[in-house]
Write a protein that binds this ligand. Structure first.
Ligand SMILES: *[C@@H]1O[C@H](CO)[C@@H](O)[C@H](O)[C@H]1NC(C)=O
Ligand SMILES: *[C@@H]1O[C@H](CO)[C@@H](O)[C@H](O)[C@H]1NC(C)=O
Length: 385
């Protein structure tokens, strides 16, 4: 049994390990062997987490076959089989929230890049419980809410339509209006996102599952928070004497901006003793964690390529020489220095407004400097071999 104790924990506990240690069992006595195999079996059944995730649906493209998607847990697979059209929507939605994540992190060392053919989608970084993981979980569940709610309103799904039970009159500073039309069915989106996205975390009760559930919820609520009222005028020649209003989601960028702020103010937590909630690591913290993103593990610095930590490094990344923020060359390149490249760029210039209604521009060439981070220099003593 001792060989199992020494085995690497966490994500590496896969079937392969049983194979690797299989030869050892031959030397064990029969009862011991029985215990050994029971243990392996239990380990396989209760493996806390497979590496892959439902996020992978987004990478699979048009045809979603529920049985072939790695990383779906049983409940998710069942939802997938019952609602193949929703999976399609979740898959397309994944492209959208991943793009939004990359937009928010374009100036960071970790830039939300995905790995081709990698079932974890974001590489090993998502096997950690870092601040970045907190952001990605919140974004992904917000993305599902947004995608499903949008599809409901567009009439693309069998199971939902827009919410049209909001009736009657209300008033604002411009007078009274009628509720009507097609409100976004955010509550359906939230309900389905919760059932689908949370399914995996509900299977285990550990600190990481608790963290993911919390951040998933933050993501779902972020979308709801930006619901806004939209109205349409009726009445004689646009007099707006009659108005019909409905509730609509805002652009997903708003959710992205909001969650990015939450990323910056995320707090470090540990699980409390009875395993039911969090304790904030920082002593002076006041208030509630309810609206905060939470993380458990501090992040790597993402300076160097380190696949095990999920870091691609910043060699070759473009940086901004005059910025003092995270995109500045000093920070982005981790002090390794940068290369300067003169490049010619064609831009539109001397634009003139032409009656009516066009803008005509000339093509101008300009020379700009582009700065890119130097790779990590190996210390000389490593080159001796
Ligand atoms: C993100 O960083 C990686 C590694 O430095 C780089 O290869 C990739 O092009 C970057 N992606 C974007 C969208 O900037
Ligand atoms: C670089 O950073 C400066 C200061 O933050 C900013 O004004 C400028 O627009 C940035 N340049 C580019 C190319 O992003």
């Amino acid at each position: 049994m001792f060989c199992l104790m020494n085995s690497p924990g966490g994500a590496d506990r896969s079937g392969a390990m049983g194979m690797r240690h299989g030869t050892k069992t031959r030397q064990l006595s029969k009862p011991l062997r029985k215990i050994y195999f029971t243990f392996i079996l239990l380990l396989l059944i209760f493996t806390p987490r497979v590496d892959s995730s439902w996020w992978y649906i987004g990478a699979l493209g048009t045809r979603v076959i529920c049985d072939n998607i790695p990383g779906l847990v049983n409940d998710q697979r069942q939802l997938c089989q019952r609602h193949p059209d929703l999976m399609q929507v979740i898959g397309n939605g994944a492209k959208e929230w991943i793009t939004e994540c990359q937009h928010q992190f374009r100036h960071h060392r970790w830039n939300c890049s995905t790995m081709d053919r990698d079932h974890t989608v974001f590489g090993k970084v998502m096997l950690r419980s870092s601040r970045e993981a907190a952001f990605v979980y919140a974004m992904s569940s917000a993305g599902v809410v947004h995608a499903i709610t949008t599809a409901c309103s567009l009439g693309e799904l069998k199971i939902c339509t827009c919410y049209n039970h909001k009736r009657g009159q209300d008033s604002d500073d411009r007078g009274t209006y009628d509720w009507g039309g097609c409100s976004d069915n955010i509550n359906y989106g939230i309900k389905f996102a919760k059932a689908f996205v949370d399914a995996r975390e509900s299977m285990v009760k550990d600190a990481r599952a608790l963290m993911n559930l919390h951040n998933n919820r933050c993501g779902r609520m972020a979308v709801k928070q930006f619901m806004k009222r939209e109205c349409k005028c009726h009445g004689v020649s646009g007099s707006c004497s009659l108005r019909t209003c409905w509730m609509a989601m805002s652009d997903f960028r708003q959710t992205g901006d909001y969650l990015y702020k939450k990323y910056n103010s995320a707090i470090e937590v540990t699980m409390n003793q009875d395993g039911t909630g969090f304790r904030v690591a920082e002593r002076n913290f006041q208030g509630s964690t309810k609206k905060k993103l939470v993380y458990i593990e501090s992040s790597p610095d993402y300076c160097l390529m380190d696949r095990a930590a999920g870091s691609l490094g910043t060699a070759g990344r473009v940086c901004n020489k005059s910025s003092r923020g995270t995109d500045g060359c000093e920070v982005m390149c981790c002090g390794r220095g940068y290369d300067t490249m003169r490049v010619k760029r064609v831009t539109k210039c001397e634009c003139k407004f032409k009656w009516c209604c066009a803008v005509e521009c000339k093509d101008c060439e300009e020379v700009v400097d582009v700065y890119t981070c130097k790779p990590h220099k190996r210390p000389d003593w490593l080159d001796v071999t």
